[in-house]
Design a protein around this ligand. Structure first.
Ligand SMILES: O=C(O)CCC(=O)C(=O)O
Ligand SMILES: [Fe+2]
Length: 359
């Protein structure tokens, strides 16, 4: 057993999960079929079914920051092969997984000791970038000054067979969906469909395999502690066990996201929150675990290039909607977040509200 329960996993009393979390009236389910009538390009005059889709996405982003999608165009076989790769990898003997373990120099590969907000998560992960090498700023020892970017490469295990191929195939198919969702989001902001695409040239997108083993104390620990995703969009596949809880923006209650076969869960991250100048909020979420069933999930974190300066989009601003954030560099923000997950820090880790302008 790789994870052994100890004090480091125990959440503060106010953050521990309650035994039952509501699934009713949960996040919206959106049928993406209209997108595929359009040869991949979403341009000015929208057919009515697409108008309707844009309205649904806008509402979901405003009310939840989260939604599920069906008819998303990623073939079931591609997703199946990714699940098989994930199951096969986490079934390897611990010594084999450790051969591709992440360290200070390379944040990619296997890791079983991640913290979220300085409390350990009950999970193991495997991280990979979808474009290699990924160029990311390096942090100086004090965690502040970025100098020349470093070039990150994936660490591939020797087994299970076909692991790399399955994940690369999944990444490719999911990236197509990511761009479609990005174009939809642009349309919901009354912008040209491709307005945001340029930020994703030299993207720092990465994909993660999450494995949550059964946990002896699911009342005290979490698979992932409460957090917001830092990037633009997340596309998440979850298996049929369930455990993802989203904080409702209307009443602050935690709501469990019901597993739906052949669907993905989409959420807007901090970058979209800033671009939209708070029209959309990056919702807090967490993962609850249980005593009997292991759970797997695969998030795809769609992230801009490291050099992108993130700030509210000019076209959305006027005297009634003034910029609420100072601009910040995506790569530095991302690395600061990622480092705080790798190692327990003394202080609070960086969040977008640190860039909020004072009123
Ligand atoms: O496993 C899940 O359902 C969500 C994981 C998550 O929120 C994350 O890895 O950022
Ligand atoms: Fe997340």
């Amino acid at each position: 057993m790789v994870l052994v329960f100890e004090a480091a996993f125990v959440q503060a009393p106010e953050h521990r999960p309650k035994p039952v979390v509501s699934e009713v009236g949960g996040i919206p389910v959106i049928d993406l079929a209209p997108i595929h009538h359009l040869d991949g390009s979403l341009e000015s005059a929208l057919p009515p079914e697409l108008e309707d889709l844009v309205t649904q996405v806008e509402l979901a982003c405003r009310e939840w920051g989260f939604f599920q999608v069906i008819n998303h165009g990623v073939q079931p076989g591609v997703v199946e092969r990714a699940w098989a790769a994930a199951r096969g990898f986490f079934a390897l003997p611990p010594e084999e997984r450790s051969r591709v373990r992440r360290d200070e120099a390379n944040p990619l590969g296997y890791y079983e000791a991640e913290n979220t907000k300085n409390v350990r998560d009950w999970k193991e992960v495997f991280d990979m970038v979808i474009y290699e090498p990924a160029s990311i700023p390096s942090l100086a020892a004090d965690g502040k000054d970025a100098d020349e970017p470093i070039q990150l490469r994936n660490q591939w295990p020797q087994s299970p067979p076909g692991f790399r191929e399955a994940l690369e195939e999944y990444a490719k198919a999911t990236e197509v969906l990511a761009f479609k969702l990005l174009e939809l989001i642009a349309l919901t902001l009354n912008l040209p469909a491709k307005r945001l695409n340029g930020f994703f040239k030299n993207q720092t997108t990465f994909m993660r395999l999450n494995h949550y083993p059964p946990c002896p104390s699911p009342d005290l620990a979490l698979g992932v502690g409460r957090h917001k995703d830092a990037g633009a969009l997340t596309i998440l596949a979850q298996d049929d066990v369930g455990g993802l809880d989203v904080k409702s923006q209307s009443d602050g209650e935690w709501v469990r996201v019901k597993p739906i076969p052949n669907s993905f869960i989409i959420n807007v991250g901090d970058v979209v929150q800033v671009w939209s100048n708070d029209k959309y909020e990056s919702a807090e979420h967490r993962v609850s675990v249980n005593t009997t069933k292991e759970r797997f999930s695969i998030p795809f974190f769609f992230n801009p290039a490291h050099y992108v300066m993130v700030k509210p989009l000019e076209e959305l601003l006027d005297e009634n909607n003034i910029a609420r954030y100072e601009e910040f560099n995506w790569g530095e923000f991302f690395m600061a977040r990622s480092n705080s997950n790798f190692k327990k820090l003394d202080g609070e880790n960086i969040q977008i509200y640190h860039f909020k302008k004072s009123k």
